[in-house]
Design a protein around this ligand. Structure first.
Ligand SMILES: Nc1ncnc2c1ncn2[C@@H]1O[C@H](COP(=O)(O)OP(=O)(O)OP(=O)(O)O)[C@@H](O)[C@H]1O
Ligand SMILES: O=C(O)C1=C[C@@H](O)[C@@H](O)[C@H](O)C1
Ligand SMILES: [Mg+2]
Length: 187
């Protein structure tokens, strides 16, 4: 896999990364609509292909198996598709191979949210995120900041504190269009 593929910027998939619950799925869908592009949510795609929910995959096949199919799907999407909006699962980007393929083939957007704002979201997501199961709030906080270090490797970042999904999606679209204009003008 080359360090930087020669896919034109305007054709590159846009990949959304960030911690569980920051809004990758919700905001990704809106970005796709606004750019008239197809949306792929990696978690939903895995559930569809395997006819199982993510919590069931974790429980019956184990996390290592989930990470393998997650990685293989992302490598396939990044290398074989263009013009998509792709939302990753919250843990996918921790795998080095995933980071490498996303950064070399796509434009990677980090959806950032402060710990204070994120904490208020916890009740909305805790029931179907196996990684959060049986963790104390302190342990989740530790994971939040550990992972933040990895998400910090990205092409662009949007801080979504106090932004509703629609506004966050508009910011991403503006930023993408600006990048296209600056780096590939007159197309
Ligand atoms: N900008 C926002 N403002 C308020 N609530 C939001 C925002 N974005 C998402 N939410 C809500 O937060 C919850 C989690 O959002 P979502 O499922 O999109 O997160 P995610 O990043 O895809 O999580 P995961 O990594 O687990 O897939 C949902 O209930 C969603 O409605
Ligand atoms: O952050 C994580 O490790 C995960 C996030 C979800 O999107 C799912 O991919 C799964 O629940 C694991
Ligand atoms: Mg999601």
């Amino acid at each position: 896999m080359g360090a930087y593929s020669n896919i034109p910027l305007r054709e590159r998939n846009i990949v959304l990364i960030g911690f569980m619950g920051v809004g990758k799925t919700t905001i990704g869908q809106l970005v796709a609509k606004k750019l008239y592009r197809d949306f792929i949510d990696v978690d939903q795609e895995i559930e569809k292909r395997h006819h199982m929910s993510i919590p069931d995959i974790f429980e019956q096949m184990g996390e290592n198996y989930f990470r393998k199919i997650e990685r293989e799907l992302i490598v396939d999407l990044c290398t074989n598709t263009r013009l998509k909006i792709i939302s990753l699962g919250g843990g996918a980007y921790l795998q080095e191979e995933v980071r490498n393929v996303c950064l070399s083939h796509c434009i990677v957007f980090f959806l950032d949210l402060s710990w204070e704002c994120w904490k208020e979201r916890l009740p909305l997501i805790v029931d179907n995120r196996p990684v959060l199961k049986n963790k104390t709030l302190e342990e989740v906080e530790q994971l939040f900041f550990q992972r933040r270090n990895v998400y910090s490797i990205h092409n662009s970042r949007v801080l979504t504190n106090n932004l509703d999904p629609e506004t966050a999606a508009n910011e991403i679209v503006e930023s993408i269009k600006w990048t296209w204009e600056v780096y590939e003008p007159n197309e």
